[in-house]
Design a protein around this ligand. Structure first.
Ligand code: FMN
Length: 380
């Protein structure tokens, strides 16, 4: 299978699976516990039907949106994800360049493998995804660094105060640094091309944390990072202090309840991302799309409501925008193409997404995102 034969999420996933050692593929693909939430995230979109209007004069369609003060030429952005240079040696560099080409936003994770400063050279809005550490001095230093680099949006992930139970990773032994089981090692041995790529490019590192925490070097594993270094006592007061200190666009990623959405408004956040981390954290939790209308009804006029988890198609995006989301984040949708073909893969995926949204808007009889509304959807 080749990149040119990839037309949708499942095609990219298949190609990534061919290229990646099994433990890495499963790290991207997998979810928590029984993966119930992972499956529901995408299935939720199938319980909603689009109701098109016709003869609407759709010669020109404008899919641009403004979210948290950022003008995006398409309503889909690349959500922050960890460890990208493990998936393809170009990692965040490829994702940032592709996002810039499509005029959209991208995120750099606290566990990113390229420094947030290096990808600042791309003239497109950048999110910095923050994990809150027990060491308050470290938190302050990381925020100051992001501020100095001119990052547009601070995104604090709040659904990961402890790690999810990813049983696929337990079986393969996937961890950073690698502690593979014999079966896991065999799976690396049968993908020599990935190994050659990995070994002939710059050494793995986590530049957002370097100088503070030694994760790349060996002593500490990623799972211990979640259990020992992140701070489960994080509360609304801490976040309020962060919002005040940041004094700019500040968004909480992983909000699901109306009560929390209201608190986010009260403490001065400018955005919330309805997300369950792509089904990787609390299995059995509701899918963001199922929960979207409740949240939009409660706070949609006071804060930008964004959604991620399970989005694989342009029509999924149209459904979310119709219900009231301001923009839509994707994770695996660009990670599999990244793994399959680097920047060319991410560009192909974003290009297909843009074409699907444009076609969908025409077929829906909508010339702009503002014309999408709840009139256009029905739930079964
Ligand atoms: C491999 C992988 C790594 C991720 N790393 C992070 C991370 O470091 N920080 C974060 O806030 N979210 C992380 N996420 C979650 C994504 O930002 C996003 O919420 C999720 O992927 C959306 O679901 P989707 O993959 O179904 O689109 C990660 C997701 C995946 C698949």
């Amino acid at each position: 299978m080749r990149l040119q034969s990839c037309y949708n999420f499942q095609d990219f996933r298949r190609l990534a699976k061919q290229r990646l050692p099994g433990p890495i593929f499963n790290y991207i693909d997998g979810g928590a516990d029984d993966e119930t939430t992972l499956r529901r995230n995408t299935a939720a979109f199938e319980d909603c039907d689009l109701v098109p209007n016709v003869l609407a004069g759709v010669g020109q369609v404008d899919m641009s949106v403004t979210v948290m003060g950022q003008k995006l030429t398409m309503p889909v952005y690349c959500s922050p994800t960890a460890l990208q240079r493990l998936f393809h040696h170009s990692g965040e560099r490829a994702v940032a360049a592709a996002a810039e080409k499509f005029g959209t936003m991208f995120g750099v994770s606290s566990l990113g493998t390229v420094s947030l400063e290096e990808v600042r050279q791309h003239r497109t809005p950048q999110v910095y995804q923050f994990y809150f550490h027990r060491d308050r001095g470290l938190n302050r230093a990381m925020m100051e660094r992001a501020k100095a680099s001119g990052v547009e949006v601070m995104m604090l992930t709040v659904d990961s105060v402890t790690g999810g139970n990813r049983e696929r990773d337990l079986r393969t032994g996937f961890s950073i640094p690698f502690r593979l089981t014999v079966g896991g090692m065999m799976q690396f041995a049968i993908k020599p091309r990935w190994a050659i790529d990995y070994l002939t490019h710059e050494k793995f590192s986590l530049p957002q944390l370097d100088g503070h925490i030694d994760l790349g070097g060996g002593a500490l594993s990623i799972s211990r990072y979640f259990t020992e270094i992140l701070d489960p006592s994080l509360d609304w007061k801490d976040v309020e202090d962060m919002v005040r200190f940041w004094n700019g666009q500040f968004c909480l990623k992983g909000i699901m309840s109306v009560a929390d959405a209201r608190k986010a408004v009260e403490i001065g956040c400018t955005g919330i991302v309805l997300s369950n981390h792509g089904g990787r954290q609390l299995d059995g939790s509701r899918s963001p799309f199922d929960q979207l209308s409740e949240i939009v009804d409660a706070v949609g006029d006071k804060i930008d409501v964004i959604i991620d988890s399970g989005v694989q198609r342009g029509t999924h995006v149209l459904k979310a925008l119709s219900v009231g989301a301001k923009a839509v984040g994707v994770g695996r949708y660009y990670l599999f193409p990244l793994a399959a073909a680097g920047q060319a893969g991410v560009e192909r995926a974003l290009g297909l997404m843009r074409t699907e949204i444009e076609r969908g808007m025409r077929l829906m009889g909508c010339r702009s995102v503002a014309e999408l509304s709840r009139e256009n959807v029905r739930f079964r």
